[in-house]
Design a protein around this ligand. Structure first.
Ligand code: ARG
Length: 443
């Protein structure tokens, strides 16, 4: 028999493969709570507009509430023939309450319905992600306070550059997350408009009150143009873009954690519970969590490109293509949440190996800039000081001595240094001297 939601025009039932091919119920059922939330708001609006009676509204609201509970108890029977979450719920509602169920879809289309559902769903997920970002930021702050005096080398080109503290490095990570947080807040703000009322594409002839619907659902306003309302998926792309940056940041942190746990660096220790062993090499403790987070960045970047490509060239207004927005969006949300959770759980338990960090800062001539600055303060122009210190470094490389290991006499071969140079070249003084806003010695 032809489809019960649109059978009128059709002379045969949809092909069985086509039914499965076009259905989205397998993945869009996770929108059920927000679909019901949107339907309840729509029904209340229809009642306010005198389109539904008090009684019809009551039975719709009760019916939807029961359906939600059926789904949560695992008793709801999903039907591929009913294609998606919207029609599954509507059909069940009619089965339960009869004729009033058939009135719910008055002045509405699945096009504005699905656009609303995804926004409601994503808004909740963003709130969760914001909370996880805050938890990770707090973990970094806490650890950075503990590691505020831990000297380590700062790198450029992965070559030892200047001494910094581990705390300063951790606060650099936190800055990335502060920007991620504000990008998510932005995305949430821009998407917080209600498409309901746009109906299929042109709006509806019923005396609807779009402000009332928007208000009930916590949206800031109704969307401004009906065609745009049902065809816009910018918010999903913006969300995936902000997520790709979060993952990019987590993968940069991951890369450093992986390097730092290697025997060659040996700067930190990750708790055993965040690592795994090898099935063949008994000595192994592998940093799997950061490695996997680094790897997951690939799929999130992929989803961003997938969604951009999905939307490219789509004519207005709704097209079935848009059903393809869900899986990449859902997987992005799941991945970002899992990765943030892993990091927020792990970061507070990172243990620094401060002796190794300090030893690494002592090799590689990390204080060379400070020696040049010292000479400048004694009156030498910077370019000349740079040259002088370069020669001292070359000498140090020859005889295997760091600047801090040279005697005053040795240093004096290159420039006019005095007793106070030794103090000026201590790792602590080098860090503390950079005590301006944003400097390594600020903490
Ligand atoms: N399942 C569809 C989607 O995800 C819902 C909207 C379908 N609308 C339509 N006219 N076929 O986009």
């Amino acid at each position: 028999k032809a489809n019960q939601q649109w059978g009128g025009r059709f002379s045969e039932a949809v092909d069985e493969f086509v039914a499965r091919f076009t259905a989205s119920i397998d993945f869009d059922k996770r929108l059920y709570r927000h679909d019901i939330q949107g339907s309840m708001a729509h029904a209340r609006m229809l009642h306010k507009a005198d389109i539904l009676t008090e009684e019809e509204l009551g039975s719709i609201l009760n019916g939807l509430q029961d359906i939600k509970e059926e789904i949560e108890r695992g008793e709801f029977e999903w039907s591929v023939a009913l294609e998606d979450i919207h029609m599954n719920i509507e059909a069940r509602l009619t089965e339960k309450i009869g004729i009033a169920g058939k009135k719910l879809h008055t002045g509405r289309s699945r096009n504005d319905q699905v656009a609303t559902d995804i926004r409601l769903w994503l808004r909740d997920e963003i709130d969760h992600i914001l909370a996880e970002l805050e938890r990770l930021q707090d973990g970094l702050t806490e650890l950075s306070v503990k590691e505020n005096k831990t000297i380590m080398p700062g790198f450029t080109h992965l070559q030892v550059a200047q001494p910094i503290t581990f705390g300063h490095h951790l606060r650099a990570w936190r800055e990335m997350l502060v920007r991620d947080h504000s990008r998510m807040v932005d995305c949430r703000k821009r998407m917080n408009q209600c498409p309901l009322g746009a109906a299929a594409l042109a709006g509806t002839t019923y005396p609807i009150d779009r402000n009332y619907t928007a208000e009930q659902l916590g949206f800031d306003a109704p969307t401004a143009n009906s065609l745009d309302s049902v065809s816009d998926r910018d918010f999903a792309i913006e969300f995936c873009s902000a997520s790709a940056l979060i993952l990019t940041h987590l993968s940069r942190m991951s890369e450093e954690l992986v390097l730092w746990t290697s025997q060659q660096f040996d700067f930190i220790e990750l708790p055993d519970r965040f690592c795994t062993g090898s099935s063949i090499m008994p000595q192994k403790k592998n940093p799997d969590v950061p490695e996997l987070v680094r790897g997951k960045t690939g799929r999130v970047n992929g989803h961003l490109i997938g969604l951009l490509t999905l939307m490219k060239s789509q004519p207005l207004a709704y097209n079935k293509d848009n059903q393809e927005d869900k899986e990449p969006l859902f997987d992005t949300v799941d991945t970002v949440k899992d990765c943030l959770r892993a990091f927020a759980d792990m970061v507070p338990h990172i243990k620094s190996k401060s002796e190794n960090m300090r030893a690494a800062a002592k090799t590689g001539f990390a204080t060379a800039t400070d020696l040049a600055d010292y000479l400048v303060k004694k009156g030498l122009p910077f370019r000349e000081a740079h040259e002088v210190v370069g020669k001292a470094v070359a000498y140090g490389l020859d005889c295997g001595k760091d600047l801090s290991e040279m005697t005053i006499e040795e240093l004096q071969q290159f420039g006019a240094v005095e007793e106070d140079v030794l103090e000026a070249l201590s790792l602590e003084s080098c860090v503390e001297a950079r005590n301006h806003i944003g400097g390594a010695g600020e903490g």
